[in-house]
Ligand binder design. Structure first.
Ligand SMILES: [Zn+2]
Length: 56
């Protein structure tokens, strides 16, 4: 069982987005040189991990 099995929908989405950015760029990356989408996803995952750690 992976730690993502019970992840909320938004978290799985963020994870998929980070995964996508490992080998490609979205239109936001191309426009701005850095990716706000990726930043947001990273923050969301970090907060979720902290939340999960608190529950244990
Ligand atoms: Zn991007």
């Amino acid at each position: 069982m992976s730690e993502w099995d019970d992840a909320p929908f938004l978290i799985s989405l963020s994870w998929a987005l980070l995964d996508f950015h490992k080998h490609s760029r979205c239109h936001k990356c191309a426009e701005m040189g850095f990716c706000p989408m990726q930043e947001a996803a990273r923050n969301r995952i970090r907060m979720w991990r902290r939340y999960r750690a608190m529950l244990r």
